[in-house]
Design a protein around this ligand. Structure first.
Ligand SMILES: Cc1cc2nc3c(=O)[nH]c(=O)nc-3n(C[C@H](O)[C@H](O)[C@H](O)COP(=O)(O)O)c2cc1C
Length: 262
């Protein structure tokens, strides 16, 4: 009899440990929760690699989606506005406990760490109810800022096109695309070139927004137009420098969007 109880207790402990482990796995980092949000926002995207860390959120999807590594929204959100952005957060494996306050490229809001461009993207989302989409590279950038700086410089000189890890499958559903990125080497990060080369955005409106250390749009607006000659590219983009990012209010972004007369 005693043996039987011990077996019951052992099985219960094992079960509880596995449950706790599983729930942590779904909250390991912000990218995972972002991915769930993206999938729930009506974007139909496809991950190239089902073995990436984001798989934790994919696991909650129906089995056939997981097998084909496809993320398919079950909500029928009829937003026609896409907010596609590239940012260091989401494209970097940061160690636990990263110090957001001492980094030029991270901000802390309400206990959450955001990339500068990601933060502006979330403000745009508040005003437009558009669908957020992270332009995500297959390979993460180094957590060390200087190493990312070096890598970004190398990619820019060599005009590399990094492989993208997620793709918008329902791009035709969107008539307006807010496109956000940090200025890297007075230019768009190469991942943004890869994004723009992947789709035919003819007839759509592209509205750029950038963050930087001080540079403005540089040639990025004309580069976007070159890559998407049949799209209407807004020249009145939004820009913010990283030292002032905490001063950007939702109202600033709201006023800019109101002026666009979408
Ligand atoms: C690889 C790299 C290149 C950069 N090049 C520039 C630049 O040419 N001009 C500039 O003003 N800031 C530059 N910056 C600073 C970023 O544009 C700025 O910190 C931006 O807000 C980062 O946004 P994020 O947090 O969304 O990644 C660079 C940063 C990195 C990592």
């Amino acid at each position: 009899m005693r043996k039987k109880w011990m077996a019951v207790i052992l099985i219960s402990v094992l079960f509880l440990t596995m449950a706790a482990w599983g729930s942590n796995g779904n909250n390991t980092n912000k990218t995972n929760s972002q991915e769930t949000e993206q999938a729930g926002n009506g974007i139909v995207s496809q991950k190239d690699d089902s073995e990436t860390e984001d798989k934790a959120s994919v696991e909650t999807l129906p089995e056939e989606s997981e097998d084909s590594a496809e993320i398919q929204s079950e909500e029928n959100n009829d937003s026609h506005i896409l907010i596609a952005y590239f940012s260091r957060v989401g494209n970097t494996d940061f160690p636990e406990g990263i110090d957001a306050l001492s980094s030029a490229s991270l901000i802390l809001k309400d206990g959450e760490i955001y990339g500068n461009t990601q933060y502006i993207a979330t403000l745009i989302e508040q005003y437009t109810d558009g669908d957020l989409f992270l332009i995500e590279t297959e390979e993460k950038y180094p957590a060390d800022y200087d190493e990312t700086d070096e890598q970004g410089g190398r990619e820019n000189r060599e005009r590399t096109r990094p492989e993208l890890a997620a793709h918008v499958q329902n791009i035709d559903d969107y008539h307006t695309i807010f496109l956000g990125f940090p200025i890297w080497y007075y230019d768009m990060p190469m991942a943004v070139y890869a994004f723009l080369e992947e789709y035919d955005l003819s007839g759509k409106k592209i509205i750029p927004f950038v963050t930087s250390g001080g540079s403005s749009f540089s040639d990025s607006i004309s580069e976007i137009q070159k890559l998407q000659p049949e799209a209407e590219v807004e020249t009145d983009g939004f820009k913010a420098t990283h030292s002032k990012i905490n001063d950007v209010t939702p109202e600033n972004v709201g006023e800019w969007i109101a002026g666009l007369k979408l």
